[in-house]
Design a protein around this ligand. Sequence first.
Ligand code: THU
Length: 135
Amino acid sequence: MNEIPHDTLMAMKAAAKQAAANAYCIYSDFPVGAALLTKAGQIVPGCNVENISFGLTNCAERTAIFSAVSQGLKKEDLAGLLIYMPGNKLYSPCGACRQVMAEFLSESAPIYAACDKEETTLWQMSELLPASFNF
Ligand code: THU
């Protein structure tokens, strides 16, 4: 797995935190931010966007990925992802997001969770969705 250098990781955390500040989360009051890193060093942010029809809510991870795809970025351009959730607990990405992440991040891509503590959790993409569906 290619771990992300500390300075870049801190820039991703700042971008994810900033995105979380834009979250539309009037139902859960739980703002989430994500920061997708490209191999060229670009950071693509995303936040959760909720809906009164709860199932239509889009998580931060998927917002970041869909935004990257909309910019023309491809799976081979993407290096890793960081999610930021507020508080002192480190959370992990939901199942729906794991499936979408597996579509656009390689099995060896590093996925980080961050919160308001300094520590992060690191997984390899394949650990988050082992034996994923593939043709
Ligand atoms: N949420 C995310 O954005 N990412 C996740 O991986 C888990 C949950 C959002 C969805 C909803 O807006 C709020 O967090 C509470 O579940």
